[in-house]
Design a protein around this ligand. Sequence first.
Ligand SMILES: [Zn+2]
Length: 99
Amino acid sequence: MRESAYQKSRRYLGEGRVILTQVGPDRVDAIVRGDSAIHAAGYRNGAWSCTCPARTANCSHLRALRLTTAVDLPRGAPWETAESHLPAHNQPLPTETPR
Ligand SMILES: [Zn+2]
Protein backbone atom coordinates (compact mmCIF):
# COMPACT_ATOMS: atom_id res chain seq x y z
CA MET A 1 0.00 0.00 0.00
CA ARG A 2 1.22 3.46 -0.85
CA GLU A 3 2.45 5.46 2.10
CA SER A 4 0.22 8.50 2.65
CA ALA A 5 1.72 11.92 3.26
CA TYR A 6 0.55 11.70 6.84
CA GLN A 7 2.18 8.30 7.36
CA LYS A 8 5.35 9.58 5.76
CA SER A 9 5.45 12.59 8.06
CA ARG A 10 5.05 10.32 11.08
CA ARG A 11 7.87 8.16 9.81
CA TYR A 12 10.15 11.16 9.28
CA LEU A 13 9.52 12.21 12.83
CA GLY A 14 10.06 8.71 14.19
CA GLU A 15 13.30 8.34 12.28
CA GLY A 16 14.71 11.57 13.66
CA ARG A 17 14.69 13.30 10.30
CA VAL A 18 13.30 16.57 11.64
CA ILE A 19 15.89 18.86 13.18
CA LEU A 20 14.60 22.09 14.68
CA THR A 21 17.20 24.82 14.35
CA GLN A 22 15.19 27.73 15.69
CA VAL A 23 11.86 27.94 17.45
CA GLY A 24 10.07 31.11 18.48
CA PRO A 25 6.52 32.26 19.03
CA ASP A 26 6.11 33.26 15.39
CA ARG A 27 9.02 31.55 13.75
CA VAL A 28 10.20 27.99 13.27
CA ASP A 29 13.22 26.89 11.28
CA ALA A 30 14.04 23.28 10.66
CA ILE A 31 16.00 20.91 8.51
CA VAL A 32 14.07 17.89 7.30
CA ARG A 33 15.86 14.97 5.72
CA GLY A 34 13.50 13.63 3.06
CA ASP A 35 13.79 10.39 1.15
CA SER A 36 15.95 11.91 -1.58
CA ALA A 37 17.14 15.29 -0.35
CA ILE A 38 17.48 17.55 2.64
CA HIS A 39 15.06 20.46 2.81
CA ALA A 40 14.85 23.66 4.79
CA ALA A 41 11.36 23.93 6.20
CA GLY A 42 9.87 26.50 8.47
CA TYR A 43 7.19 28.87 9.58
CA ARG A 44 7.60 32.60 9.19
CA ASN A 45 5.29 35.60 8.88
CA GLY A 46 2.25 33.37 9.27
CA ALA A 47 3.14 30.99 6.45
CA TRP A 48 4.78 27.59 6.17
CA SER A 49 7.43 27.09 3.56
CA CYS A 50 9.68 24.30 2.38
CA THR A 51 12.41 24.13 -0.21
CA CYS A 52 11.22 20.85 -1.71
CA PRO A 53 9.68 20.80 -5.21
CA ALA A 54 6.15 20.24 -3.90
CA ARG A 55 5.71 23.97 -3.21
CA THR A 56 2.84 23.33 -0.86
CA ALA A 57 2.28 23.76 2.85
CA ASN A 58 1.15 20.15 2.94
CA CYS A 59 4.33 18.41 1.86
CA SER A 60 5.49 15.59 4.10
CA HIS A 61 8.36 17.70 5.47
CA LEU A 62 6.08 20.44 6.73
CA ARG A 63 3.61 17.87 8.03
CA ALA A 64 6.41 16.27 10.00
CA LEU A 65 7.58 19.65 11.24
CA ARG A 66 4.10 20.60 12.38
CA LEU A 67 3.93 17.46 14.47
CA THR A 68 6.77 18.89 16.54
CA THR A 69 5.43 22.41 16.98
CA ALA A 70 2.63 24.11 18.83
CA VAL A 71 2.06 26.97 16.44
CA ASP A 72 -1.52 28.07 16.90
CA LEU A 73 -3.25 26.78 13.81
CA PRO A 74 -6.90 27.21 12.97
CA ARG A 75 -8.98 24.14 13.69
CA GLY A 76 -10.21 22.26 10.66
CA ALA A 77 -7.23 23.22 8.55
CA PRO A 78 -6.64 20.89 5.59
CA TRP A 79 -3.66 19.18 7.22
CA GLU A 80 -5.71 18.33 10.29
CA THR A 81 -8.65 16.79 8.50
CA ALA A 82 -6.32 14.31 6.81
CA GLU A 83 -5.86 12.58 10.13
CA SER A 84 -9.55 12.00 10.63
CA HIS A 85 -9.60 9.70 7.62
CA LEU A 86 -7.24 7.28 9.27
CA PRO A 87 -8.51 4.45 11.45
CA ALA A 88 -8.45 5.20 15.14
CA HIS A 89 -5.27 4.07 16.81
CA ASN A 90 -6.71 3.53 20.23
CA GLN A 91 -9.47 1.11 19.47
CA PRO A 92 -9.41 -1.92 21.75
CA LEU A 93 -8.10 -5.06 20.15
CA PRO A 94 -10.62 -7.85 19.71
CA THR A 95 -10.55 -10.09 22.72
CA GLU A 96 -9.18 -13.51 21.98
CA THR A 97 -11.53 -16.29 22.86
CA PRO A 98 -9.87 -19.30 24.50
CA ARG A 99 -10.66 -22.49 22.70
ZN1 LIG B 1 8.72 19.80 1.64
